[in-house]
Design a protein around this ligand. Sequence first.
Ligand code: TXA
Ligand code: MG
Length: 319
Amino acid sequence: MALITSDAEVAAQFLRGGKLVAIPTETVYGLAGNALDEKAVASIFSTKQRPHFDPLILHFSDLAEIEKYTLGFIGYAQSLASAFWPGPLTLVLRKQPVVPYLCTAGLDSVAVRVPNHPLTLALLQKLDFPLAAPSANPFGRTSPTTAEHVQQMLGHKIDCILDGGPCKVGLESSIVSCLGDIPELLRYGGLSTEQIESVTGPLKISVSNNSNPSAPGQLDAHYSPQAPLVLLNCIDSSFAEEAKEDGFFIFFKRPSYETGNLKKLILSELGNEVEAAANLFSAIHEADATEPKTIFAELAPSQGLGLAINDRLKRAAAK
Ligand code: TXA
Ligand code: MG
């Protein structure tokens, strides 16, 4: 099993030696390696069993570092960076030659962000290279939001997990492409569309599905638990009564009826989207661990972080 530590220097030593370390961020745990070391990057892909057409996000301690690896930090990209970094936002920019094509899946653009977690920022400051880090789950599985999730899914394959506690945001970063005149949203995530548009004005929404491959790697089937996941707009009392023998229920907010001994989790008692987002992946992991026949989950209202919550739920439910 992997060594679990909260000492950033221990993690730094593994990374300087070309090893992988799972790192905490405000969104989800990442599987990190030296982005400039092609062997380390290759082992990220093999450890996750991730297809090579799916490019990685590079993590930095600050904007000044990012400018050494990217080009074309135009007006709205600058505004987004100063408004939201460190934070759950990834920007796609043109890459400088120093960024290996292995990180970008052969693209001339690169995805970058400054994560908002004190331990990982301290770690990045100790290193003289950026960290390439996808979410620290085997390809297609539910993303980890605690060190324990990482240990369960990848502990037998990596040396070290830097434990920074549970992730506060709980959904991956929102991704905005800054390659064109108008900013383009490629992935719903921990920063709501409304928050981003308050800085940039209207976004072009290009969140991909099968018919729109603009963000490579945004596959329809992703984040999957082992048990089948079925989505409902609302889990009502008669349905719950009927399905309670075999089912595990994930409610968006506390239902209005008595749920008795139903196997269940509530994402947010009062239906707060930010709180629900923070609890989503943990709830899926917890439900799955009880090995139910089916997990039933309620969709969130389509506003704010509800869009990102529903995006993850739909991909997790897809076959
Ligand atoms: O919150 C997060 O973003 C987490 C933490 C660890 O930082 N990371 C994460 O990485 O979610 P990952 O590998 O699961 O998602 C990376 C996605 C790719 O699947 C792709 O959709 C997009 O970022 N991406 C990366 N490089 C890109 C590029 N050059 N152009 C367009 N999309 C890109
Ligand atoms: Mg991922």
